[in-house]
Design a protein around this ligand. Structure first.
Ligand SMILES: Nc1nc2c(c(=O)[nH]1)N[C@H]1C(S)=C(S)[C@@H](COP(=O)(O)OP(=O)(O)OC[C@H]3O[C@@H](n4cnc5c(=O)[nH]c(N)nc54)[C@H](O)[C@@H]3O)O[C@H]1N2
Ligand SMILES: Nc1nc2c(c(=O)[nH]1)N[C@H]1C(S)=C(S)[C@@H](COP(=O)(O)OP(=O)(O)OC[C@H]3O[C@@H](n4cnc5c(=O)[nH]c(N)nc54)[C@H](O)[C@@H]3O)O[C@H]1N2
Ligand code: SF4
Ligand SMILES: [Mo]
Length: 720
């Protein structure tokens, strides 16, 4: 039995559930992770990533010294360097001075629009607040975004448009108080495993009825009363048909609609044509299932909706999310315990990074950048001269790289993201990366994107730093250092402050905005003083248990569910509905629909989980397909196949899967040697600018075993 030197209480670095972890440390080494049975979010439960997936911090692949590329990179000719021989170890002073010199040079030559930054939903609120502040206050640029754009952007836009607030309305664990809940476009058991446990308990122990609306037969279908297996990209038609049934059958909550909404009449007219028959034709879902689902949800006492990427990652992402909002507004299933509109946020701190202003249209606290009063408030907070901050909405993640050309974005700063794995159409993304004049990567690994950088700044992992994460149900929780920083790595917030001071000096505005923070707590205070929803959150108050914002003052107990009286927009708004099919339907040449997503054991581009023991649990990419399709293409279970789209191709092993539906194949996004995003399409939702990751047309053909282990591809990761 090992006796720990200490046990550090912190928050899981993987998903938005935000489980409480206890890191057991001996000799500065984390040897075990547990969770206390009374943890508010997870009651002692952890999934495989939280319990076993932390060893990436000790990976030999981790880079813990600042590095500069040996050869000067030229725009249009930038190359990827996975081999550490192509890099030179330097001191922090050299790396930061060089970074400051180049950023300032480009700013002074080409102005604010030439700079852009990707913030990081893995890093803390404090890290993100500081990085967006650096770009806004020093470089006067709102080209600030992060992976939320690739994630819930459609949901955020829809919720802001209709209700004026984009966060999850209720607490996830309230699902046990629902008598009926819809899970759609969320593979909850793999991606929010602890919330899935609560959903299963709601069904098995509390008798709730579950309606799953998803093209794949995900595990939750085993718990569902109804499963609506729709074709990818047909959400709008199915949700509108459910609304149609609710209206036609007199199941509308008239009082709620009259008191709390507007736009109903026009909306009702626009969904006349969305009969269950029409929706069946479009989506392939039996009309009777649509009718039953509508009745079941509308007649519930407390109905709730949980959703994920199958809603937002479509060119109709905003419209899909609006379809769900309409259902809640029609039935009044919002503003009470066990109800609500619940977009399950993905990354451990994507909610927090968004709250902290890592977005191109908003300062911290969702204060719009093109609003004069907001700009003035932040100018005062940051000691920037009146009129100094840019009032222009910045570029989104999905626009920043496509603006990488002379006259556009010249310098990009990436803190903890991996666009060369996670953005659509990687062959095009690579060209954009190559066009950059200057690229900085601040990460714990040199990932597929960092390999293109000029400078690598080694950050500490979550286990080596202090701060806060905000989970999917708006709970601000503590992150604490368990071990000393590995090598020369430094916490993100310290790197940013050190760099900001150097930039200030070069710009001739020393200490204008104040960069001499001594602790993350001080940073949090500065943010919470102006971003009012966090005003009452202090480190002392969240020492043991996190607080759910809004927390308007220091005596406020936090807010488990929103909208009990009204919406921030006043009344909830209905919009007229139009169904537009996916951008790239299947045809003779590309006869299958590809949908991409996640596996329980892995995380996005794989930097963390593929450098962990977890990789041994699931070492290889597999294409899931239905037995009918396998038979049609002469594919055996386990045989190598080439999957190709109009944009690229990959070779993977085929897996005949009970989850698959005929005509739809699924490829996980985690494997560099078979990167799903080589295939995906870069078409965007017009309003939210989120890509259509969930549907494009592909073909498959039998490949050779040797092609699976193509050394040219495998070495590109630098891990093999
Ligand atoms: N293990 C693990 N967990 C994760 C992550 C990870 O990388 N690995 N990432 C985190 C992040 S950032 C996020 S955003 C979440 C995402 O969590 P989820 O949203 O659960 O993730 P996905 O696997 O992308 O896909 C969701 C579901 O959408 C379905 N779907 C596809 N197309 C459609 C459609 O047109 N309509 C409908 N209704 N459904 C459709 C898919 O079949 C799938 O079941 O997970 C978080 N948790
Ligand atoms: N085809 C397809 N593509 C998708 C999706 C999909 O469903 N299908 N989903 C999209 C979604 S929802 C998301 S959220 C994005 C995710 O996209 P990204 O955010 O680009 O992906 P990650 O692999 O999570 O990258 C996180 C990086 O942060 C680093 N990191 C971890 N901790 C720290 C830290 O404390 N500090 C610093 N500086 N770095 C750190 C990790 O090493 C890793 O390199 O992918 C999107 N792409
Ligand atoms: S459910 Fe999410 S937060 Fe909880 S242990 Fe798993 S990855 Fe971590
Ligand atoms: Mo995400």
């Amino acid at each position: 039995m090992i006796h720990p030197d200490r046990i550090t209480s912190t928050t899981c670095p993987y998903c938005g559930v935000g489980c409480n972890l206890e890191l057991h440390v001996k000799d500065d080494f984390i040897y075990s992770v547990t969770s206390p049975f009374d943890a508010v979010v997870n009651q002692g439960n952890l999934c495989v990533k939280g319990r076993f997936g932390y060893d990436f911090i000790y990976s030999p692949q981790r880079v813990t010294t600042p590095m500069l590329r040996k050869s000067l990179q030229k725009p249009g000719m930038r190359t990827a360097a996975f081999d550490l021989n192509e890099w030179r170890q330097v001191s922090w002073d050299v790396a930061l001075d060089y970074t400051a010199d180049r950023l300032v040079e480009i700013y002074q030559r080409d102005g604010s629009d030439a700079l852009a930054v990707y913030c990081c939903a893995k890093a803390t609120n404090e890290d993100n607040y500081l990085l967006q502040k650096m770009f806004r206050a020093l470089f006067r640029s709102n080209n600030v975004d992060h992976c939320t754009r690739l994630c819930h952007a459609g949901s955020v836009v829809a919720l802001l448009k209709s209700l004026g607030s984009s966060a999850m309305s209720n607490t996830a664990s309230e699902v046990i108080h629902s008598d009926c809940f819809i899970v759609t476009g969320s593979n909850t058991t793999e991606n929010h495993p602890i919330i899935a446990l609560q959903m299963k308990a709601a069904v098995r122990k509390h008798g709730a009825r579950l309606i799953v609306i998803d093209p794949r037969r995900i595990e939750l279908c085993d718990y569902a009363t109804l499963w609506l297996p729709l074709k990818p990209g047909t959400n709008v038609a199915v949700f509108a048909a459910m609304a149609h049934v609710i209206i036609k059958e007199g199941l509308v909550n008239r009082d709620f609609v009259a008191a709390r909404t507007f736009g109903y009449e026009e909306f009702a007219r626009s969904i006349e044509k969305f009969t269950p028959e029409y929706a069946e034709m479009v989506s392939g879902v039996d009309r009777n299932l649509i009718v039953e689902a509508a009745r079941m949800y509308a007649r519930a006492e407390r109905g709730a909706i949980y959703w994920g990427m199958g809603i937002s990652q479509l060119s109709q992402g905003t419209a899909s999310a609006l379809g769900l909002i309409h259902l809640a507004l029609l039935t009044g299933h919002i503003g009470r315990k066990g109800t609500g509109l619940n977009p399950l946020r993905g990354q451990n701190n994507v909610q927090g990074a968004s709250d902290a202003g890592a977005m191109p249209f908003h300062y911290p606290g969702y204060m719009e950048v093109d609003n004069e009063a907001n700009a003035r408030a932040w100018e005062a907070a940051w000691n920037v001269e009146p009129g100094g901050l840019s009032r222009k909405r910045g570029l989104t993640t999905t626009e920043i790289l496509s603006h990488a050309h002379p006259g556009g974005v010249r310098a990009l700063y990436i803190m903890g993201e991996n666009p060369m794995m996670t953005e659509p159409n990687l062959n095009l993304t690579r060209q954009h990366m190559q066009e950059l004049e200057f690229l900085v990567a601040q990460d714990i690994f040199i990932n597929e994107s960092g390999a293109f950088a000029d400078v690598f700044l080694p950050a500490t992992s979550w286990a080596e730093k202090e701060g806060t994460f905000t989970n999917t149900d708006r709970r601000v929780q503590r992150v604490r250092p368990a071990i000393a920083p590995r090598g020369e790595s430094r916490p993100d917030w310290q790197i940013i402050c050190d760099l900001a001071r150097r930039i200030e000096r070069r710009l001739g505005r020393p200490n204008s905005a104040g960069w001499d923070y001594t602790s993350p707590e001080q940073v949090f205070r500065e943010m919470a003083n102006t971003a009012t929803m966090l005003k009452g959150v202090t480190y002392a108050r969240i020492e043991k248990v996190g607080l759910q914002y809004p927390v308007p003052d220091e005596n406020h107990p936090g807010t488990p569910f929103l909208f009990s009286e009204n919406f921030p927009s006043g009344r909830g708004r209905f919009f007229t509905v139009e169904y537009i099919p996916v951008a790239e339907p299947p045809d003779d040449e590309y006869p299958l629909i590809l949908t991409t997503g996640r596996l329980l054991e892995h995380w996005h581009g794989g930097s963390m989980t593929r450098n962990s023991l977890l990789d041994e649990l699931y070492p290889e990419a597999q294409l899931e397909l239905h037995e009918v399709d396998a038979a049609h293409f002469g594919i055996q279970d386990g045989s190598p196949v080439r999957v190709y789209s109009r944009r690229g191709s990959v070779v993977v092993r085929a897996r005949i899967s009970p989850k698959a539906n005929p005509g739809v194949v699924f490829l996980p996004m985690h494997f560099a040697e078979a990167a799903a995003n080589l295939l995906t399409i870069d078409v965007l939702d017009k309003e939210a600018k989120i890509p259509e990751f969930k549907a494009c047309a592909v073909g498959v053909q039998i490949a050779q075993e040797e092609e699976l282990h193509n050394p040219a591809v495998r070495t590109e990761r630098g891990r093999y």
